[in-house]
Design a protein around this ligand. Structure first.
Ligand code: PRF
Length: 376
C-alpha cells in the first residue's frame, strides 16, 4: 500500500490524498459503504460501482465468520470473487461487533468468548485467529483485534482495556508475520487507537499505535454515544500524534456533519451504517438537511426526492412516490433511499476533496455544516 498526500488545507488539518491498493486507487477523504455480510444491503454491485462508485467498501469479520463461514470464502477464492466486487474491501476485525451484538461475551487477556447472535453457538476470538480469518476472507485492508469501550466508561476500565488492546496489537502483528497471504494480492494491516474519552489515554494510545509503524492507522471507541464535541476533542488529540504521511481512519462515523468536522481534524477514511440503515428506515440525507420520507407532509409532494440529482434516483422519483413505497412497505422504497443516501455521502467526501485541493475547504465546510443541520 502506498499513500500519497496531495494537499493539506491551509486553515485546518484537512487533507486530500490517494491510497494505492491492489484493487485500485482510493482517493481520500473517502466514505466506505458498509457491506457487513458481503453485500451493501439493498444495492446491486452494478449500481454500487456505476451509480455510487466508491473505491472501497467494508465487510465484517464477525458476520462473515458466522455466515457463510471462512471455509466457503476460501473455496470461493476470497471475498472479492464471492461477492463479485473487484474494487477494494476493508474488513473490520470483529472488535466492535463482538461487544455490540453477541450475548454473554467474556473478555479475557487470551481473547473473547462469545455467543453467536444467530444461533447461540459459542465461539472464541483471539488476536491470532482473527488475523487468520481476515487472511482467509481476503480483504485489502485488515484491522487489528481491539476492545471498543462503551460510553461512558470509567477511567480505570478504559486504561486497562487500552493496555490490553495494545498487547493484542503486538500479538496481531507477530501472528500476521507468520501467516502467509492466501490470494495473489497484498493485505495492509491497520492498528486501532482506543482510550475512551480520556485525553491522556488517547494520547498514550496514539503514541503506542504510531510507534508500531503501520501503513495506516485507525481510531476506534468513538461515536458510541458521546456528545459530538467530545468525539471531535478526541480526534484532535489523536490526529496530532498519528503520522501525517499515513492514512487515518475514524471507525463507525457518522452523520454528514461528523464527516466534515472530522475531515477538518485530519481524518481520511470513514465508514458508517447510517446512510444504509437510516435509509431503510425512511431517512434521506441531503445537502439541505435530512428528510423523514414517511412524514405526512410529503403525501402529495411530487417534487424530486433531491433536486441536486447526484444519483439517478434523485430526480427519477418524487417524494410522494417514495413515501408511498415506505407506507406500503415495498422493497423499492428502501433501495431508492439507500442509493440516494450512499450517493450523497460519496458526493460529500468528493466535494470535500475538491475544496481541499482548491484551497477553500474551511469556508465550504462551515457553510455546509450550517446548511445540513436541518430537518426538512
Ligand atoms: N473498533 C473496531 N471497529 C469499530 C469500532 C471500534 O472501536 C467502532 C467505534 N465507533 C466502529 N467500528 N474494531
Amino acid at each position: 500500500m502506498q499513500f500519497n498526500l496531495e494537499k493539506t488545507d491551509p486553515e485546518s488539518q484537512a487533507r486530500a490524498g490517494t491510497i494505492t491498493l491492489d484493487h485500485g486507487p482510493v482517493e481520500t477523504p473517502i466514505f466506505m459503504p458498509v457491506g457487513t455480510v458481503g453485500t451493501v444491503k439493498g444495492v446491486h454491485q452494478r449500481e454500487l460501482s456505476q451509480d455510487i462508485n466508491p473505491d472501497i467498501i467494508l465487510g465484517n469479520t464477525y458476520h462473515l465468520y458466522l455466515r457463510p463461514q471462512t471455509d466457503i470464502l476460501e473455496k470461493a477464492g476470497g471475498i472479492h470473487k464471492f461477492m463479485n466486487w473487484d474494487r477494494n474491501i476493508l474488513t473490520d476485525s470483529g472488535g466492535y461487533q463482538v461487544y455490540s451484538l453477541s450475548a454473554n461475551r467474556k473478555i479475557k487477556e487470551e481473547g473473547v468468548k462469545f455467543k453467536s447472535h444467530i444461533d447461540g453457538s459459542m465461539h472464541f476470538f483471539t488476536p491470532e485467529n482473527v488475523m487468520e480469518i481476515q487472511r482467509t476472507i481476503g480483504a485489502d485492508i485488515i484491522m487489528a483485534f481491539d476492545e471498543c469501550t462503551p460510553y461512558p466508561c470509567d477511567y480505570k476500565y478504559a486504561k486497562r482495556s487500552m493496555h490490553m488492546t495494545h498487547r493484542w496489537l503486538d500479538r496481531c502483528i507477530s501472528h500476521l508475520e507468520k501467516t502467509p497471504l492466501k490470494y495473489d494480492y497484498n493485505q495492509t494491516f491497520f492498528p486501532i487507537v482506543q482510550g475512551s474519552t480520556y485525553k491522556d489515554l488517547r494520547k498514550q494510545s496514539a503514541e503506542y499505535i504510531a510507534s508500531v509503524g503501520a501503513a495506516g492507522n485507525a481510531i476506534g471507541g468513538l461515536s458510541v454515544g458521546e456528545p459530538a464535541e467530545e468525539m471531535y476533542a478526541m480526534t484532535e488529540v489523536v490526529t496530532d500524534i498519528l503520522p501525517e504521511d499515513k492514512p487515518r481512519y475514524l471507525m463507525g462515523v457518522g452523520t454528514p456533519i461528523n464527516l466534515l468536522e472530522n475531515i477538518a481534524l485530519g481524518i481520511d477514511m470513514f465508514d458508517c451504517v447510517m446512510p444504509t440503515r437510516n435509509g431503510r428506515n425512511g431517512m434521506l440525507f441531503t445537502a439541505h438537511g435530512s428528510i423523514n420520507i414517511k412524514n405526512k407532509k410529503w403525501e402529495d409532494d411530487f417534487s424530486p426526492i433531491d433536486d441536486m440529482d447526484i444519483t439517478w434516483v434523485d430526480t427519477a422519483y418524487s417524494k410522494a412516490y417514495v413515501r408511498h413505497l415506505f407506507k406500503v412497505k415495498e422493497l423499492l422504497g428502501m433501495q431508492i433511499a439507500t442509493i440516494h443516501n450512499l450517493g450523497f455521502y460519496l458526493w460529500l467526501v468528493r466535494e470535500a476533496r475538491k475544496h481541499i485541493l482548491a484551497g477553500d475547504f474551511t469556508s465550504w465546510k462551515n457553510k455546509m455544516v450550517k446548511q445540513m443541520d436541518k430537518r426538512l
